[in-house]
Design a protein around this ligand. Structure first.
Ligand code: RFL
Length: 414
């Protein structure tokens, strides 16, 4: 470090330093703060960005129960919508599954992720919780010892309102007893893992155009269209905004898809002519999502613990990521509380193993959904084989009550 850098270096402290203000980081922060554990959240983006980042929407019954247990579900109950039906549209016809009446009889609640994050943040700040926006974690050092540090830098030197000073753009080193890596798959926590840490990764070779339309939902169900031109999906978000997906070629430029082309393609794959037309409106978000899955194993490296997308990325075909994030945040909060408040390190020692059991089940179902919904890229022969298996699976799903119960339990379960 040069002399000029060292003069701009400051030090701060918290027992638990949480990287990232997504569903994982903010759930964890709320729980720890409520139990009197000294913690701080460091978030790279500014508050407005965090509160408007549209991603998930389908929250599992277990997620709602978890948030309820800690008084964090008020907004969700006020504005979220219960949801328990999905509709498959295929070459051979369409069928519906009222999954909330199958399996364990559990439904989803549809509540946009940015609203959940806004609620969690408001609750945390109202309770006096500490957070630093526009603060990027660069690296976690010393995680193999009892005093890890996190090196950070300001990403917005003009906005000091959410920080306690240090607005000079210099480096701040946070000293902690534990660091919770909740900063997603491209965050500093993953980058700070020891070289050689196993990352089990699968690229499914499939891409989606992920779309948000300023238009009401077109059907009162999740829509899964299996079509020879590729998969198309429909998922409610709010009465005014609906999420759609279109399978597309890898490397597609989202800007090359006009609104009209998107709606025409959605109408074709969703077989609107056989049902009813989709409610059209301006496309307000279009991104290409390459379907990839990965799991870091173990989730604990000394005093650095991973949760949410930083721990495991399930491809979004089964709506598991935000649900796992909340589940892991609660497990981590319990484990850190036991350790820091009562000196019992047992739950922290078991944290990784406990989470991985849930993570691999979610990964397995997400993989199953990907195979159900897509024609994989590959030689014709393999595709024919896959097509036939997929048709057979859809048949089982349409006709077998036992299969439907399994589907419902896996679809909503976490
Ligand atoms: P997040 O939400 O990505 O938050 C991470 C936060 O960390 C910050 N950050 C940093 N901060 C400090 N220093 C750094 N170096 C940092 N690097 C990053 C980021 O700015 C951010 O604020 O992770 P978290 O909390 O683990 O939550 C995971 C969920 O966001 C994710 O799994 C879900 O969105 C996945 N997902 C869905 N999950 C569901 O359970 N149900 C759904 O319906 C659902 N739909 C979806 C989805 C993901 C999607 N995309 C974007 C692929 C739909 C889509 C389109």
């Amino acid at each position: 470090m040069t002399q000029s850098q060292s003069t701009r270096t400051a030090r701060e402290k918290a027992d638990v330093v949480i990287l990232g203000a997504g569903p994982a980081g903010l759930t964890l922060a709320n729980l720890l703060h409520a139990r009197g554990i000294d913690c701080v959240v460091l978030e790279r983006a500014d508050r407005a960005h965090v509160e408007t980042r549209a991603r998930a929407g389908f929250l599992a019954a277990n997620t709602v129960r978890t948030l309820d247990r800690h008084g964090l579900a008020e907004g969700l109950h006020r504005r979220g919508q219960p949801h328990g039906t999905c509709e498959f549209r295929t070459e051979g016809g369409s069928f519906r599954l009222d999954y909330a009446r199958l399996g364990r009889g559990e439904a989803h609640t549809v509540y946009p992720q940015q609203d959940l994050v806004t609620d969690l943040l408001a609750h945390y700040l109202a309770a006096g919780g500490r957070i630093r926006f526009a603060t990027e974690a660069l690296a976690v050092h010393g995680a193999d010892g009892p005093r890890p540090t996190v090196a950070t830098r300001d990403t917005d030197t003009d906005t000091d309102t959410e920080r306690d000073g240090n607005g000079d753009g210099g480096t701040v080193h946070w000293q902690a007893r534990y660091v919770a890596g909740c900063d997603g798959r491209h965050g500093a926590a993953r980058r700070s893992l020891p070289p050689g840490t196993p990352r089990h990764h699968r690229d499914h070779g499939i891409s989606w155009l992920g779309l948000l339309a300023q238009a009401p939902p077109s059907l009162d169900a999740v829509g899964y269209a299996v079509h020879r031109r590729g998969f198309a999906g429909h998922m409610a978000r709010t009465p005014e905004v609906t999420r759609y997906y279109l399978q597309c070629d890898r490397g597609t430029d989202p800007g090359a898809w006009s609104d009209e082309r998107i709606w025409d393609e959605l109408d074709t794959r969703m077989r609107s002519a056989d049902h009813h037309p989709l409610h059209r409106g301006p496309i307000i978000q279009r991104t290409v999502i390459d379907l990839e899955s990965d799991v870091i194993e173990p989730l604990r490296h000394g005093s650095l613990l991973l949760a949410g997308d930083a721990a495991s990325l399930p491809a979004p075909a089964a709506a598991k990521g935000a649900n796992l994030a909340v589940l892991e945040a609660e497990l981590l909060a319990d484990a850190l509380t036991e350790t820091l408040a009562h000196g019992d390190t047992g739950p922290l020692d078991r944290y990784s193993h406990t989470c991985l059991t849930h993570i691999w089940r979610a990964q397995e179902f997400s993989h199953w959904m990907i195979q159900l919904l897509h024609t994989p890229p590959g030689p014709d022969g393999e595709s024919f084989f896959h097509e036939s298996m997929r048709r057979s699976r859809l048949d089982s799903l349409r006709t077998s009550r036992a299969f439907q119960d399994w589907f419902a339990e896996s679809y909503v379960g976490i």
